[in-house]
Write a protein that binds this ligand. Structure first.
Ligand code: NAP
Length: 503
């Protein structure tokens, strides 16, 4: 189903709600606003298409590792997912089609990259500067997402490399890897998906692995046409399957959060998976993690281990010392010739660009306020930043289930905040600092026994101070419960009083 999404609204001078980004989060906010009868909003999208991370990540093999029946909006089920775990192109198309179907495309200002936003107390509104112009808005919602800014390693000599290089989030599809000597840096969720493709084309593939991931088999399968038609005819059936997937994912939570020892059985499965594909004990030793499973995101992939066992692949665990014009040299002095270098090195999660660009009522940016350790009340509200709502903000990322569930919880919270403002005639809501702090103390207290902090690994879940400021340390329904209703008592309410009449 081809959909044109290039039509764009002109950027209005003034709006009630401005939403940053048109990925899952931005679109959910826009659609729910529209359904609630609010039409005075704009979505600021830096690119020329919707989709966020599912638009940008087009690397070969890119697919979701959460089952599609759950990795989709509750209000827009798709009976026609072709596989249990959807490929990227299908998810991107789903987002485009959903944006069109719910009528939010005319609200999207494409090519509007948010350069800065600052709160003006006197006017009780945000001034948002974008690459397409300025917009004044009462409410600012960030759906910029934690996986939008690719992270590149800082390796000496990288700028001298004369071969081809690109990041997994910016795949160069015009470049043919056939017969090349390729290096991949990183062995995370993206790398395990694209490595089999690279291995099958390259003359030689060197994988620079800093930390081995735990990898489980991927129970993927095509969804038969008959089942797709059944889902379309009986949506309740797909809903029941979705609920089953939801509770299966939640069942992982006690092991991750409360009793990491419970995960030993899952480790056994991962080891057996590796043993099945990798017969060489020396290679298996390199690939075996020395931390508890779940400490980093658990990866699911069927083609990764078999491709590492192929004769044209080397897994290098020595630290990279420098990059030369056409080679990479490791700390032990070994120089390996390279034609193309692919970064599978992830994203700026706890130091996202948007935090440098949003400035609150005290003149400081989110990044300055956070000092490397993000926090927000319910992941959404930051004291001193009135009428700013973050979607998938600090400590509301999922470690075990679909991010879409979290997004919809926070979107409901924002909608209720807007309704509350309307009913009170309020012009601003600013979460109280003591409320924000005690919420975060509680989150960090609950974080203490989790596998993410005790499992013996470093990960992108942790900020520079070592605190886990990305994941929600509980069942996802606990966040849903906390966000079901806007809690006015936690906020300072602003009302712009009309100027006194002059005599
Ligand atoms: P990632 O999981 O953060 O992995 C980055 C990899 O690069 C890690 O192996 C890391 O090693 C390595 N690395 C980073 N900096 C390095 C350096 N300076 N030198 C050497 N190695 C370095 O990134 P990603 O694979 O792009 O995935 C990011 C997230 O995107 C995932 O966790 C997941 O949430 C999401 N994702 C989801 C799906 C999905 O199916 N839903 C698919 C792909 C990605 P260390 O482990 O030692 O840090």
């Amino acid at each position: 189903m081809e959909v044109s999404v290039t039509s764009s609204t002109l950027l209005p001078d003034r709006t009630r709600v401005a939403i940053i980004g048109s990925g899952f989060a931005g679109l959910a906010m826009a659609i729910r606003l529209k359904q609630a009868g609010e039409h005075n909003f704009v979505v600021l999208e830096r690119a020329d298409d919707v989709g966020g991370t599912w638009r940008d990540n087009t690397y070969p093999g890119c697919a979701c590792d959460v089952p599609s029946n759950l990795y989709s909006f509750s209000f827009a089920p798709n009976p026609y997912w072709s596989r249990a775990f959807s490929p990227q192109a299908e998810i991107h198309e789903y987002l485009r089609e959903t944006a069109r179907r719910f009528g939010v495309l005319p609200h999207i200002a494409f090519g509007a990259d948010v350069e800065s936003a600052h709160w003006v107390d006197d006017d009780q509104e945000w001034i948002v500067e974008t690459s397409a112009g300025t917009v004044q808005t009462r409410i600012l919602v960030s759906g910029a997402g934690p996986l939008s800014e690719p992270s590149y390693p800082d390796i000496p000599g990288l700028e001298d490399f004369a071969g081809k290089r690109f990041h997994s989030a910016d795949w160069d599809h015009g470049h043919d890897l056939t017969g090349e000597r390729v290096a991949v840096i990183g062995t995370g969720a993206s790398a395990v998906q694209f490595v089999p493709h690279v291995q099958s084309r390259a003359r030689h593939l060197t994988i620079f692995q800093r930390t081995p991931p735990w990898v489980l088999p991927r129970p993927d399968r095509p969804v038969p046409g008959l089942l797709q038609r059944a889902y379309a005819a009986a949506p309740a059936m797909q809903k029941a399957v979705r609920a089953g997937v939801y509770w299966r994912q939640e069942a992982m939570l006690p092991g991750l959060v409360h009793k990491p020892e419970l995960l030993k059985g899952v480790e056994k499965l991962a080891r057996a998976h590796m043993k099945w594909s990798v017969k060489d004990p020396a290679l298996r030793a390199k690939l075996t993690p020395d931390y508890r499973i779940g400490c980093k995101r658990i990866l699911i992939a069927n083609g990764y281990y078999p491709s590492l066992a192929k004769p044209n692949v080397d897994v290098v665990t020595d630290q990279i010392a420098r990059v030369g014009v056409d080679s990479i040299t490791t700390a032990d002095g070994t120089e390996r010739p390279i034609d193309t270098l692919i970064f599978g090195t992830g994203f700026h999660v706890t130091d996202s660009a948007i935090s440098d660009r949003v400035r609150g009522r005290h003149g400081e940016t989110l990044a300055e306020r956070w000092k490397g350790s993000p926090q927000a009340y319910l992941g959404a509200s930051v004291s001193g930043f009135p009428n700013l709502f973050l979607l998938v903000g600090p400590n509301t990322g999922p470690g075990h289930t679909s991010v879409v569930f979290y997004i919809e919880s926070q979107v409901a919270y924002v909608l209720d905040a807007l309704r509350t403002m309307d009913s009170l005639g309020a012009t601003s809501l600013d979460v109280r600092r003591d409320v924000e702090d005690s919420f975060n103390d509680d989150v960090q207290r609950r974080m203490r026994g989790t596998v993410w902090t005790t499992g013996g690994c470093g990960s992108w879940y942790l900020d520079e101070s070592g605190r886990n400021t990305t994941l929600w340390p509980g069942f996802s329904f606990q966040l849903r419960w906390r966000t079901r209703k806007f809690d006015l008592g936690s906020y300072d309410v602003g009302r712009r009083t009309p100027l006194p009449a002059t005599a």
